[in-house]
Write a protein that binds this ligand. Structure first.
Ligand SMILES: [Ca+2]
Ligand SMILES: [Ca+2]
Ligand SMILES: [Ca+2]
Length: 435
């Protein structure tokens, strides 16, 4: 029974990075994404989600990347809750030359939206949506409901290339399983590709028959794996006592290309917590990818990062991550494309609330170093590494490492929402707080 409860805390409705923000009532920084230099001071800016603001309604802030000064706020549309649970910089949907942005809200306050597809008021409470805004003047462009995914839409969103060939880049939506799995079969989780032009669902990726439980723990765009223009999406599953792994789908047809299962431990739970694709791990044609799997036995969690060749889908290397607190939640796994070629990129893996160190790996799976996050943690930030992305600036691009921060209930004051990483020295700059 104890094991079942522990597993639930990882993979149920809310992903691990939601596990603990205690005295940070707005959960500001739960999500973050790059934004153009809105105030034209030469420094790229940041979109920061605060999904617990306003008693759970949520809010999105746009802040200057250098100073943290608040530049604009996107209020939650009236009918949602958890607005800002996910944010993403997406393609220029409205064709004005400025990249646009997507904001997820993972549950709704009323039961009558989405056509009443979910009669039970509990399930409709958790039905979410994704709202797309102009990056220039922040006017609404379109709403993505992805009804075929059932509950939990809005948990995770990211922009992907144009899959259907209509000339507008598209959007990958993920829903974790277990949001209300007792209610209906379509709450097992999964992912979908939605049109960048109109928001309609184009393709849904559902669990294989034997992985109906805890499917949708993560999703990633893998791109052209085999060098044959066949593009792929990966969806993770687990951890669960029933098994877990990652399923790779043809993004165009929806057919399953490959199914990998995380090694099981006797009596424990196992599965996949993160996948990153479009990498170059070992040369060759097509992209490669990295899987972060987790084994959990008697409350201890062991993380393993594994690199796969995209063309053959064979394992190139694996690295057991030592040093994370055994019961750590995952904050995130991200790729930092720091060098001139993809092979120079780094993979950054971060433990969650109780951990103050990020681990940075090369494309060969060798640990390059660690980033001491204690300065951010001591200032009140949690889950450093929940996001990692490049911020374009006139003085040279920088890497933003996001965390959960924002206003603090205990002791007053504010906590940082992230810091910039010096990728050459693997050191963090001063914490950035929204002003
Ligand atoms: Ca700026
Ligand atoms: Ca635009
Ligand atoms: Ca398209």
């Amino acid at each position: 029974m104890t094991l079942a409860i522990l597993a639930s805390t990882i993979t149920l409705a809310l992903p691990p990075q939601l596990a603990d923000w205690g005295d940070l009532p707005e959960a500001q920084g739960m999500s973050s994404a790059p934004h153009h230099d809105r105030n034209e001071n030469g420094h790229g800016d940041l979109v920061i989600g605060a999904p617990s603001a306003a008693s759970g309604v949520g809010r999105v802030d746009i802040v200057d990347g250098e100073t943290g000064i608040l530049l604009a706020t996107i209020p939650a549309p009236g009918e949602v809750r958890g607005f800002g649970r996910s944010v993403a910089s997406i393609a220029d949907l409205d064709g004005d030359g400025v990249a646009d942005l997507a904001v997820g809200a993972y549950r709704r306050a009323s039961r009558d939206v989405d056509g009443g597809a979910f009669g039970d008021p509990i399930s409709s409470e958790f039905t979410g949506a994704i709202f797309c805004y102009s990056g220039a003047d922040l006017h609404p462009i379109q709403t993505i409901r992805a009804k075929q995914l059932g509950v939990g839409v809005g948990t995770d969103v990211r922009g992907i290339p144009d899959v259907d060939g209509d000339g507008v880049e598209d959007i990958l939506v993920r829903v974790p399983s277990g949001v209300s799995r007792q209610l209906e079969s379509n709450s097992v989780g999964g992912a979908a590709i939605c049109s960048g032009r109109g928001g309609q669902t184009q393709r849904v990726f559902k669990a294989p028959e034997d992985l109906q439980f805890h499917f949708g723990s993560c999703a990633a765009w893998l791109g052209d794996l085999g060098g044959d223009d066949e593009v792929a999406v990966a969806v993770g599953s687990g951890p669960s006592a029933r098994g877990g792994g990652v399923t790779i789908f043809n993004a165009t047809t929806g057919s399953v290309l490959w199914d990998w299962r995380s090694p099981a431990s006797a009596g424990g739970h196992h599965g996949v917590a993160a996948v990153v694709g479009e990498l170059e791990l070992a040369g060759g044609q097509g992209g490669d990818f990295v899987v972060l799997s987790v084994e959990q036995t008697h409350g201890n969690r062991v993380w393993t990062i594994t690199g796969f060749g995209g063309q053959t889908r064979s394992k190139l290397w694996s690295h057991r991550i030592e040093g994370f607190t055994p019961n750590a939640h995952l904050a995130g796994m991200h790729v930092l494309d720091v060098g001139p070629t993809p092979a120079d990129s780094l993979v950054c893996v971060s433990g969650g609330a109780s951990v103050d160190v990020l681990r940075v790996f090369g494309m060969d799976g060798v640990l390059r170093g660690t980033v001491d996050a204690s300065g951010v943690a001591s200032a009140g930030g949690r889950n450093l590494g929940a996001a990692a992305f490049r911020v374009n600036s006139a003085g040279g691009d920088q890497w933003w490492i996001g965390c959960v921060g924002g206003p603090k209930r205990v002791g007053g004051g504010t906590a940082p929402v992230g810091a910039f990483l010096d990728t050459s020295a693997l050191t963090l700059g001063p914490p950035v707080t929204v002003q």
